[in-house]
Design a protein around this ligand. Sequence first.
Ligand SMILES: Nc1nc2c(ncn2[C@@H]2O[C@H](COP(=O)(O)OP(=O)(O)OP(=O)(O)O)[C@@H](O)[C@H]2O)c(=O)[nH]1
Ligand SMILES: [Mg+2]
Length: 373
Amino acid sequence: MPMYDLTIIIPTFKEEANIAAIIREVDTVFSKNAINGEILVVDDNSPDRTIPIVRELQQTKPNVRLVVRKNDPGLSQSVVEGFRKAQSDILLVIDADLSHPPSHIPRMLAEIRAGNDIVIGSRYMKGGGIQKWPLKRRIISLGATFLGRLLFPEIHDPVSGFFAVKKSVVEGAPLKPRGYKILLEVLGKGHWKTAKEIPFEFVDRAVGSSKLGPETIIDYAVQVIDNARYSWNHHDSIVWQEWKKLFKFGMVGLSGIVVNEGLLIYLKEYVQLALPVASIIAIELSIMSNFILNDLWTFGADQGEHALGSGWQRFASFQFVSVGGAAINFVILNVLAAWVGIDYRIANVLGILVAFLWNFVVNRRVTWKKQKY
Ligand SMILES: Nc1nc2c(ncn2[C@@H]2O[C@H](COP(=O)(O)OP(=O)(O)OP(=O)(O)O)[C@@H](O)[C@H]2O)c(=O)[nH]1
Ligand SMILES: [Mg+2]
């Protein structure tokens, strides 16, 4: 039997101004909700008073533990060390600077107990948000989130620092902790099936200093690529499911070319329609056949319930996106050929590729969005 119901992992570096308050708040949440919880502070040998403050609190709170790291400093490394040292089967990571309200802990614990493998405190979903962030930070954060969502389209906030996870998800997982976004690593390489997000309002730190530097952006880009690569060899990973969808979507797109071309020839040569009329019909029918194949196969029944309940709604959405894709193809071809001077055949291939990505990403996110709540 594990010693505790839950371990709260608090990574710290120079948090003397916040550490006592966060520990007290978490402990109050524990007592109010009858949670037998452990508080594990993982500190990178802070030169300020963080360590003595934690040691002092330990005198009165036996459930507070402190790990002081001397090698390989880093937020993600510290969290992973916390995963290993935790004395419970449920792990919850929270920042020390009170950006993540501890009042959400009981709900997150309950969602794990209800059977979810991962529960994410989400800033980017209805009900969530960020208080008082300068524009630059918002843009960087949204960029990181967008990249993360390419791997995990179902997850609004795949880079949140506030999340709970079953120990079994990370045990034995080949995590390569680096940088700031440990959640992405857990999602990419952990053993999980179900994730749940709960919205929360991120409160910007009132005191203490931020350690976010430009190298974190590069670290993160490398991490995203590494996780995409990892999934290539691990077909049980969630990311691999996305590659499969992308591949199927591409196959359906190719089949659409055959339908379009075949119909065009048939309508022009045998039905003897005028070319513009034959072309419009051929294009529309290929959009329809693409829709049917994607609906049944690419995003078929095994994907779970669709958010857009009726097939007609999905078709309308697909039609709309397809017209947008055609417009993108048209604009890129003409701009590159006429203004940039690129050979029109190459310009068209580039236009087709961008339109394909547009079609996939938007249809994945809108047309065949999954029913979640
Ligand atoms: N152990 C350890 N913890 C770290 C390190 N860097 C940051 N932390 C902790 O990780 C949490 C998040 O770091 P923050 O600096 O708050 O990062 P942020 O929320 O993106 O940025 P700001 O709140 O604006 O400073 C805090 O609890 C930090 O003390 C580190 O190198 N090692
Ligand atoms: Mg912070």
